[in-house]
Design a protein around this ligand. Structure first.
Ligand code: HH2
Length: 285
């Protein structure tokens, strides 16, 4: 069992994350009609705000607000529409709760509007493929999540192929970390993410999670988003994503044990308990 790298507290002008108790929980807030597990549930602005407040009360350290589903075959959402969906939610949450807000987008225009509305972190599933995203994160001095994906959401699950998935994904993330550093984003504000379910088969996902300690050893803090994903459904034979909570718990406990810093989950109250117990056990050793 390993502990995460780096200092226990990461601070930047508009926020801080405290890892002294171990791994922290990021709650998912999809302001979408079509997300794979909670599509439509929080599409309404008031319902989204209520859910964000609940996740904060449940103990989330970060709330990740997104306006575009990335499930295979999801329709792309325009910049204007993403902004229309997320900004009122971010503004209201920033007024009502202290928890950090992260913006889940690969469009720098959306990220910029979200930061202006009070978001404090960028979650980019394309790992700075839009160069302006790197410039923005550096200028605004906010942390950024760099995620690996093979292909695009439209194509990613059509026969994903790797010679050695762990090495290839890790090398990609190391390269993107260097690129982020070239934008002047310091390493302590970079989180890397293997992108569970993004252009990966069941076996690829399992291998990435089995070897997640190799990502932790790569030098940046690691975020993992395995929550309710289809590989858990395949292993447990559970078609409905809402029935994948115990499967998610197994992945969270093992991620904590391997030194992952942030788990991105839908079921915050449940995964807070899982993370607390796993954190307590690893910090004893
Ligand atoms: N997974 C999803 C979306 N964003 N961001 C990071 N960094 N890592 C992930 O694994 C990740 C992510 C997909 O999950 P969800 O948001 O629940 O679904 P959808 O894309 O259908 O809205």
């Amino acid at each position: 069992m390993k502990k995460s790298n780096g200092k226990n507290v990461v601070e930047w002008p508009r926020g801080r994350l405290d890892f002294s108790a171990g791994c922290v929980v990021m709650g998912v807030l999809n302001v979408t009609p079509d997300s794979f597990s909670d599509g439509g549930q929080f599409f309404d602005t008031d319902k989204a705000i209520e859910h964000g407040i609940q996740m904060a009360a449940d103990g989330a350290a970060i709330i990740d607000v997104g306006a575009e589903s990335t499930r295979p075959s999801a329709e792309p959402v325009s910049v204007d529409e993403q902004i229309r969906r997320v900004i009122p939610v971010i503004e209201a949450l920033c007024k009502r709760i202290k928890v950090l807000i992260s913006i889940d987008t690969n469009r720098s225009e959306v990220a910029e509007a979200a930061l202006e509305a009070g978001a404090a972190m960028i979650n980019d599933i394309t790992a700075l493929s839009d160069e302006r995203m790197g410039v923005l994160a550096a200028e605004q001095q906010v942390p950024v999540v760099l995620m690996h994906m093979q292909g695009t959401p439209a194509t990613m699950q059509i026969e994903p192929k790797y010679k050695d998935v762990v090495t290839e994904v890790r090398q990609f993330l190391v390269k993107r970390t260097k690129r982020a550093e070239q934008f002047d984003i310091p390493k302590e504000r970079i989180f890397i993410d293997p992108g569970i379910g993004f252009g990966k088969t069941l076996k690829h996902n399992i291998l990435l999670l089995r070897n997640i300690d190799k990502f932790v050893a790569a030098g940046c803090r690691v975020l993992v988003g395995a929550s309710r994903k289809s590989f858990i459904g395949k292993i447990t034979n559970r078609e409905n994503p809402a029935d994948r909570i115990f499967g998610t718990a197994a992945s969270v406990a093992l991620c904590v044990a391997a030194g992952v810093s942030i788990v991105r989950v839908h079921d915050v109250a449940e995964m807070i308990d899982v993370a607390k117990v796993a954190n307590a056990i690893i910090s004893a050793g």
